[in-house]
Design a protein around this ligand. Structure first.
Ligand code: ADP
Ligand code: MG
Length: 733
């Protein structure tokens, strides 16, 4: 299930702190004293790295209770705190004024509370109606947290930040954070760090603590990067960057500090990625040389000739199979570019030399669809294909498992049921993972481990921006399918406000009467899947009034059999309108469908809209896509819709998407367990990536195990250890 989009463009989640760092593998840690920690004093002659392992309770003002609050943020040592970067900064010298607020933007302003009223409403809840003034105007703000009452007493100066919204035609602020104005900070005119908080912690107190740690410890840190790299990339020195990231002297220094620490993150990840690459490049694998004759015969039995791009990729895969190291390839293709048939050819190739292949798809619907596509073609060519999902009957399942074990089954298509312990292959040579972003890394890894030095082919649902490929798939070889099969027409894409839904339904009625087939997509919005399903259910019932029995419904909470039945009815044309949640987002292939209506299009990301739109335009007929949105649209949503209307090149859309959202959102890093960055933002720091990659390559060339003194310093880099682990998992695709 895709994550609902965060309200502030994902910045927060990307910058989320993700656990201990410095304590992972310290260089020469001092032996710990038996009697527990005592407060540190500035004069203590300590190893700066070891000192950072001290618990937070050594700081004045942090008792065991507060330490528990910090634990909830994943912070337990001084080092953790030193690397707990601010979520954002307020520049007190450059705050917004009320008369300059603009709809849709994030703002922070200093204002005086001129009035505060408490309102009770149903359920015995209270809200606070606050009037703020700043000499340029007034703004009404509603606060739903009654505990803010203390802070919001009339006459007090506060700093409020949040998103500018509108209510009844007037601008207002949806408050996210309130703070009492700290006059001292105001007077220094400084850039003030704002940290992520949790219950029990306050901005002001946390600032005091980070100030203690940053002032004393930051500049005492040894730089983990070799001096020549620091100077080649013109980086700020490490200690200085750590100090500036918390309390920047000015905006230039802040940018330099972010730049430096982002480089460290990219560098650390590249060490992991490139070591991984070296690792598989030295793993021996049995070369599989595929004779031409069998493949040619198979190709000629396909209902269409391959596109040039498909042919090229098949060639690349054959070369990988014939190599004496395992294949580790990422196949990127635009929606509808025909990845499935490439996968099938790869599977046929290994069968040709007597070995087995497995194709894993993220959903039941997709696995079944692949099976139905592949099975007749493969049977024709004398291969035996089986389907393995979580839903098979016991007897069927037993037969499949036995067939795989005995080697009677040549190709198995399935869901993550394929990676269960009791699935064993006689001789698995090729693992193909379709729509990889839907899988957890562990599941992907597990499929590759069902055989010896298995060749791995990973396919993406939509193209991934280049910088992200280098970052997260930097250890893999990449093939791109940019070309689409001939005869495809551009999909006519239009946007309309939800108020015009009746017109859309009327248009749909005319199209349906002349035999068209259409998807109607309802978004996943609430955290709660039941609520989302209820929304789709409502739309289904509503459309039934217009289309009667010609409407079907499919969503993620239906039983497998019901889902199949709904898909099948739509495939056969028994239903002509299919109301669906985003379960149809990836892969579903019904070439006769020519219309897709996407409700609440503003809630989807660009890549996701492109992917959904790719459900139509799969045949020779002209298709259309209608984006129903709820206004008013924010800037990002507007940009997304206009780019989508203008382009249907998934590779270009992917780059645009990266600019509009962060990489965390694109890759769904949170679901898949990929490491997120704290600072590095590939839409900004993409250039650093190339530099980091070159430097890492040079370092590994002479010291692959990182055992030299320099190498050991590098190991200390932020996150390195966690990254190394994560990348190992990535390797499975
Ligand atoms: P995707 O890359 O999105 O997974 P599919 O593999 O589902 O795309 O293919 C999309 C559609 O294009 C399918 O209906 C498939 O049969 C068809 N197709 C694939 N390759 C070709 C080709 N070379 N010529 C014509 N149609 C093709
Ligand atoms: Mg596909």
């Amino acid at each position: 299930k895709p994550q609902p989009q965060p309200q502030q463009g994902g910045g927060e989640s990307r910058r989320r702190f993700e656990g201990a760092s410095m304590s992972v593998e310290p260089v020469d840690p001092k032996p710990r004293q038996g009697q527990g920690p005592r407060p540190l004093r500035a004069a203590d002659p300590v190893d700066p790295n070891a000192a950072l392992e001290a618990p937070l309770t050594v700081l004045r003002g942090v008792g065991p209770e507060t330490a528990k609050d910090f634990e909830r943020l994943g912070l337990s040592t001084l080092g953790d705190l030193l690397h707990y970067y601010p979520r954002r900064y307020d520049n007190y010298a450059r705050m917004k004024t009320i008369n300059r607020l603009q709809y849709g933007e994030e703002c922070t302003l200093i204002a005086t509370v001129s009035d505060m009223r408490e309102r009770k409403f149903k359920g015995n809840r209270t809200m606070l109606q606050v009037t703020l003034t700043d000499g340029t105007g007034t703004v009404e703000v509603t606060e739903f947290n009654p505990y803010r009452k203390q802070l919001l007493t009339p006459g007090r100066q506060v700093v409020v930040s949040g998103k500018v919204d509108q209510y009844l035609g007037r601008l207002t602020i949806k408050p996210r954070e309130w703070e009492k104005l700290d006059v001292e900070l105001l007077n220094t005119g400084r850039i003030v760090p704002v940290y992520g908080l949790t219950e029990g912690l306050y901005q002001r107190g946390l600032r005091n603590l980070t100030a203690q740690v940053a002032n004393f410890w930051a500049r005492r840190q040894n730089d983990p990067l070799p001096a020549e790299i620091v100077s080649r990339a013109a980086l700020m020195n490490y200690g200085e960057a750590l100090a500036q990231i918390h309390f920047p002297d000015n905006e230039t220094k802040l940018a330099d500090a972010q730049h430096r620490l982002a480089f460290d993150e990219l560098f650390a990840l590249q060490i992991g990625v490139l070591r991984q690459r070296r690792d598989w490049q030295t793993t021996p694998a049995q070369p599989l040389t595929i004779p031409d004759a069998g493949l040619e015969a198979f190709l000629s039995s396909l209902p269409y000739p391959l596109t040039g791009a498909q042919k090229r990729v098949v060639g690349e895969i054959r070369a990988d199979l014939a190599a004496s190291t395992p294949m580790n390839r990422l196949l990127q293709g635009d929606v509808g570019s025909g990845k499935t048939v490439v996968a099938l050819l790869a599977a046929a190739a290994v069968n040709e030399v007597g070995k087995q292949a497995a194709l894993m798809a993220p959903t039941e619907i997709l696995a079944r669809q692949h099976f139905e596509r592949i099975e007749p073609l493969a049977r024709e060519a004398g291969m035996k294909v089986a389907l393995l999902t979580g839903r098979d009957k016991a007897a069927e399942r037993r037969a499949t498992l036995e067939g795989l074990d005995a080697g009677d089954i040549d190709i198995v298509v399935g869901t993550h049921a394929l990676v269960q312990d009791n699935v064993a292959f006689r001789d698995l040579a090729l693992a193909i993972v379709d729509e990889q972003h839907r899988f957890g890394v562990h599941q992907r890894l597990a499929l590759g481990e069902k055989g010896e030095a298995v060749d791995v082919l990973v396919m993406t649902a939509t193209p991934i921006p280049r910088t992200l490929v280098l970052t997260y798939f930097g250890d893999m070889d990449v093939s791109n399918l940019r070309e689409k099969p001939a005869g495809r027409q551009k999909i006519d894409t239009r946007a309309a406000p939800l108020e015009r839904i009746d017109d859309v339904v009327a248009g749909l009625q005319r199209a349906i009467a002349s035999g068209a087939r259409a998807y109607w997509v309802c978004p996943l919005v609430a955290e709660n899947e039941e609520l989302d399903v209820a929304a789709a259910q409502d739309r289904f019932e509503d459309l039934q009034k217009h289309f009667g029995a010609r409407v079907g419904l499919v969503h993620g909470q239906m039983k497998g059999k019901e889902k199949d039945a709904a898909m099948l009815a739509f495939q056969r044309g028994e239903t002509q309108v299919l109301v669906a949640t985003t379960v149809i987002e990836v892969g579903v292939d019904v070439p006769e469908a020519t219309i897709i209506v996407i409700e609440h299009a503003e809630r989807f990301g660009l890549a996701q809209l492109h992917q959904l739109r790719g459900r139509v335009g799969r045949g020779a007929q002209q298709s259309s896509c209608i984006l129903l949105y709820k206004g008013p649209l924010g800037e990002t949503a507007k940009a997304r819709i206009s780019i989508l209307r203008e382009s249907d090149d998934g590779f270009r859309l992917a780059e645009e998407d990266l600019k509009l959202r962060g990489e965390g959102e694109i890759l769904g890093t949170r679901q898949s367990g990929l490491p997120g960055f704290r600072l590095a933002d590939l839409s900004v720091h993409g250039v650093l990536l190339k530099l980091a990659r070159e430097d890492v390559d040079a370092v590994l060339e002479t010291d692959e195990a990182l055992t030299s003194e320099r190498g050991r310093a590098l190991r200390l880099l932020l996150y390195l250890f966690e990254r190394d682990e994560a990348v190992k998992l990535l390797r499975a695709g």
